[in-house]
Design a protein around this ligand. Structure first.
Ligand SMILES: CC(C)(COP(=O)(O)OP(=O)(O)OC[C@H]1O[C@@H](n2cnc3c(N)ncnc32)[C@H](O)[C@@H]1OP(=O)(O)O)[C@@H](O)C(=O)NCCC(=O)NCCS
Length: 443
């Protein structure tokens, strides 16, 4: 079935007595009950906010549900969280499927597969060029997803290091107030311009981040201001005001961003000391529900400058997990990011390049034409033979290059059926540089 037609067929029978349809405001309470039961209480407030209409991009109609018409109960559901990402500052629309679940009594009947068809059709109708998802290993590969951008690179600083910290007394942290919101937004936007991938926030989304989520929404974040001894703002910290993992009670820090001109090397001991004090105060106030805080979990970009400033002996690394990414129309995505791809060639051996690049994806392909460093054309190309083209990529593996996850040589080493001419390999690495950041997803 072509993906677009599934929406026009709703409500759609998924085998008597099951019916797939888009949810509506009348389903909000049942969605909260379903996700709380299928996951746990950490999903209650999050689902309620998403289904309530309070969220800037999501309402109840962005959930698909499968209902058992005998009991009128929801037995499976998926939600789509629409958002804007930036590639080198170029905005493009992204859909994030979330809250994917099927009641155990109804599993393995294709209910999630069917809903992904619907979610993908809805995402396409919204003009979204990419879908991203975290979650269980492997499952989403079946629906066209491939590993892409990393989520974050967590490094823990255990309490034994934090209790010994001493600094020169140059900085401290304090809670952010509404007077700091414009500052935080400004520092974030300047930092995200430097990243290959980043997420943008509209004014409504910023308001939602600062004060829109319910208290019990585990996607809510709180903010601290880093300031110098004279009270001048140096930057901000974004943290999770609850315990993420009960077996590892730590204060999780999602963002640390200093404004241009403020360096991490001077600041890090007192910054960590301030965060550690803050964490202990949150435990004392019952906000972090644990008996003893074990340390700080820095869930920052994999190459965050703070990781370079803190001595390696203080950092314990936790394996980063990636987002699964789907790009239904690679030509459309490449056309959107073309100006940035051209910029990437400047200063490389491929500067001013002229020629053709044919990429063979076996079930299809793409042809790019270059004229003196400009990409004059990007279009679909259908190889007749598996060996045709300048470079070949199995399945959706080309995504790994576009996301800066792997260099071409690494891919050719990992996949025997990934191959390229020397010229294509060099050109591709110049077009798609490595990326070690993380994207602050709208949740
Ligand atoms: C993972 C989950 C959402 C799958 O839902 P489902 O409705 O059973 O999925 P479907 O029946 O549509 O299965 C789609 C495909 O995945 C396969 N699949 C489903 N569960 C699987 C599993 N646990 N292991 C391996 N394959 C699985 C199915 O066989 C099917 O493939 P097929 O069409 O080739 O047979 C469901 O098991 C669940 O709710 N788990 C608990 C919540 C969860 O982990 N959610 C994801 C968090 S992001």
């Amino acid at each position: 079935m072509p993906s677009s037609s599934i929406l026009s067929q709703m409500p759609l029978c998924c085998g008597d007595p099951l019916v797939l349809r888009l949810a509506g405001p009348q389903d909000a309470e049942a969605l909260v009950e379903f996700n709380t039961r299928l996951f746990d209480a950490r999903f209650t407030g999050w689902t309620a906010d998403l289904a309530s209409g309070r969220h800037p991009t999501v309402q109840a109609g962005d959930f698909t549900v499968v209902v058992d018409t005998r009991s009128q109960k929801i037995v499976s559901s998926v939600c789509l969280i629409s958002q804007t990402w930036l590639y080198g500052g170029i905005p493009f629309q992204v859909g994030r499927p979330e809250l994917v679940a099927t009641d155990p009594d109804y599993r393995r009947r294709g209910l999630v597969r069917k809903q992904f068809q619907a979610i993908h059709a809805r995402s396409a109708a919204k003009g979204e060029l990419m879908q991203v998802i975290t979650g269980v290993d492997w499952i989403y590969r079946q629906f066209g997803y491939e590993m892409g951008v990393k989520m974050w690179g967590s490094r823990c600083v255990d309490s034994m290091h934090l209790t010994r910290l001493k600094g020169p007394g140059g900085c401290r942290v304090r809670p952010a107030t509404s007077d700091d919101h414009a500052f935080i937004r400004n520092v974030y936007e300047q930092a995200s311009c430097r990243e290959l991938f980043a997420a943008a926030r509209s004014s409504e989304e910023w308001d939602y981040e600062f004060s829109g989520r319910s208290k019990d929404n585990t996607r809510r974040r709180d903010w601290l201001i880093v300031e110098d001894a004279a009270g001048s703002r140096l930057g901000y910290v974004q943290y999770l005001p609850c315990i993420a993992l009960s077996h590892m009670p730590m204060l999780r820090i999602y963002q640390v961003e200093l404004k241009a001109g403020a360096g991490y090397l001077n600041v890090w001991p007192e910054l960590l000391k301030g965060l550690w004090e803050k964490g202990k105060a949150l435990v004392a106030d019952g906000i972090l529900a644990c008996e003893e805080l074990l340390g700080l979990e820095l869930a920052l970009e994999r190459d965050h400058p703070l990781y370079h400033a803190i001595p390696k002996s203080h950092l314990r690394e936790i394996k980063a997990s990636p987002w699964y990414i789907r790009v239904p129309d690679m030509v459309a995505l490449l056309r959107r990011i073309r100006p940035e791809m051209e910029k990437h060639l400047i200063g490389t051996v491929a500067e001013g390049y002229s020629g053709e690049l044919k990429l063979n994806f076996f079930r299809g392909g793409i042809q790019l034409s270059f004229e003196r460093g400009r990409i004059s054309n990007i279009e679909s190309w259908n190889p007749n033979e598996v060996w045709e083209g300048d470079a070949r990529f199995p399945d959706a593996s080309f995504m790994q290059l576009v996301c800066g996850w792997h260099r071409f040589d690494r891919m050719a080493e990992s996949y025997a059926d990934c191959w390229g001419t020397h010229e294509a390999a060099v050109l591709l690495d110049c077009l798609f540089p490595s990326y070690h950041g993380k994207v602050w997803l709208l949740a």
